[in-house]
Design a protein around this ligand. Sequence first.
Ligand code: ZN
Ligand code: ZN
Length: 162
Amino acid sequence: MILSTHIVIAAALTRPLAAAHPLLTFAVSLVSHYAADAIPHWHYPTRTILKTEDPAARRWRGTASAYTTDALAFAVDASAGIGVVWFLARPATADAWIWLAVAASGSILPDFLQGVYMAGASFLQRHQIIHHRIHSSILLDAYPWIGIPFQLAIAAVAALFI
Ligand SMILES: [Zn+2]
Ligand SMILES: [Zn+2]
């Protein structure tokens, strides 16, 4: 799933736990990432991820301008998710802000770790392989007309619970 969908799903699942311990919010958000990735889904195209068949061989590759474009896309993607959650939950207390920050970071941590691995952190190889194994092998990237509405629908249903 894209980052914003992960964030909205984690927020929906952890909103009822917001008053409990942030560690619980973090754990549920993290697990929700892998669960959501198991559903066939669409990704927007990236220019700097060398998508090899073997997940362990995946690396960053590209020009400075391609990196800038991708970094911008990731930032817009994550910000959109955080923005939607902020709009729906209207955090007003320190605890509510902590909940939002913890749910958002937990929900995108696996993709962040993938990025760190692709930059050469070989100690994350085990995670890289597990993440890939759980991730659906049915990619809707070539079918945006199905993939985008499907992912929007998932995010919209999740948003109802925020
Ligand atoms: Zn995915
Ligand atoms: Zn993922």
